[in-house]
Unconditional design. Structure first.
Length: 314
């Protein structure tokens, strides 16, 4: 079974060295295992004459079969573990940077205290990479905004995040409790790049709402945007959730935006065949925990408190 796992990782990574690192063994050991497997089967599974490595036709068929075998074995193993109400396993997650690194890290730590036999690993990537990691089954789940329905990707809605105008406390906008989008045209703005869904959606929202601020800069991550607006006379439109800490300590101000703009967040997963589209016990337990603690309404009250504190100067 371990040799099959090594082979599938070589196929996914297109690399003996990355597969070796993933399994904590030497590249030579990986090569020997694959060579022995090919000898036993009497076929060549991997074309080693090109870089990156590719599968032969026999390798492609064997890879599909291995995925099915390993998936069924893992589910059986985890099903037996779950009979004792103490599931074991791992959950690999890819998330966009603005999904809330602090939130997810805290959620991961709290989850592993409650379920110590389930390990959770979270990596942060751009949206396109999140989709690809899930499609390639390098990650079990992806967390991103404006999730798209792809042929092999399923979606679990997570929450709708309220967006707001965010600026430094010394900015003219900070004196407002609410601001209409069409009144933002006289201010300079920084926002997300157009290769990110949030960047495209914010621009579309402003066009439709009659707002035409001067966009001086665009960035691909929320932390850089927060750093810029904290020390300049520019504003941005960001999910309220991502600026709660800064609003609490007084380094950023939140101004309610009219009409309301929300950012849908979702969990994506790779669809399986029509006969087997369920999750392993470990993954299902994590999904349940995620939707309970980071799903709809999970932090509505805390958002309201932060907004009221900032907007009223309390």
């Amino acid at each position: 079974m371990q040799t099959l796992r090594v082979f599938t990782d070589v196929a996914k990574y297109h690399s003996f060295s990355q597969a070796a690192e993933s399994h904590g063994i030497t590249q030579s050991a990986v090569s020997q295992r694959i060579g022995s497997l090919e000898k036993r089967l009497g076929v060549t599974l991997i074309d080693r004459t090109v870089r990156p490595l590719i599968l032969t036709e026999a390798g492609k068929q064997f890879f599909l079969g291995c995925e099915d075998i390993l998936d069924r074995y893992d589910r059986l193993e985890q099903k037996i573990s779950a009979m004792h109400d103490d599931p074991t396993g791992s959950v690999r997650i890819a998330a966009i940077y603005s999904s809330g690194i602090e939130l997810l890290n805290k959620l991961r730590l709290d989850f592993q205290q409650a379920w110590p036999r389930i390990s959770v690993d979270i990596t942060y990537e751009k949206p396109d990479n999140v989709y690809q990691l899930v499609l390639d089954q390098v990650c079990d789940l992806g967390i991103l905004s404006y999730p798209l329905h792809w042929r092999k990707v399923g979606i679990i809605p997570l929450r709708d995040e309220v967006m707001a105008v965010v600026c430094s406390p010394s900015h003219k906008l900070a004196s407002h409790r609410k601001i209409k989008a069409n009144r933002l045209s006289s201010y300079d703005m920084v926002t997300f790049t157009t290769d990110l869904p949030a960047g495209r959606q914010i621009r579309q929202y402003l066009r439709e709402s009659g707002g035409n601020p001067k966009m001086t800069d665009s960035f691909d991550n929320v932390d850089t945007i927060k750093s810029v607006i904290a020390v300049t006379d520019r504003f941005s439109i960001l999910p309220v959730r991502t600026v709660q800490r800064e609003a609490s300590n007084g380094t950023l101000s939140i101004v309610e935006l009219e009409p309301q703009l929300v950012r849908p967040m979702g969990v994506i997963y790779r669809r399986r065949n029509k006969h087997n589209n369920s999750f392993s016990p470990a993954i299902q337990v994590f999904i349940n925990y995620l939707t309970e603690h980071a799903g709809p309404g999970a932090d509505e009250s805390s958002i309201t408190r932060h907004q009221e504190k900032q907007l009223t100067g309390a």
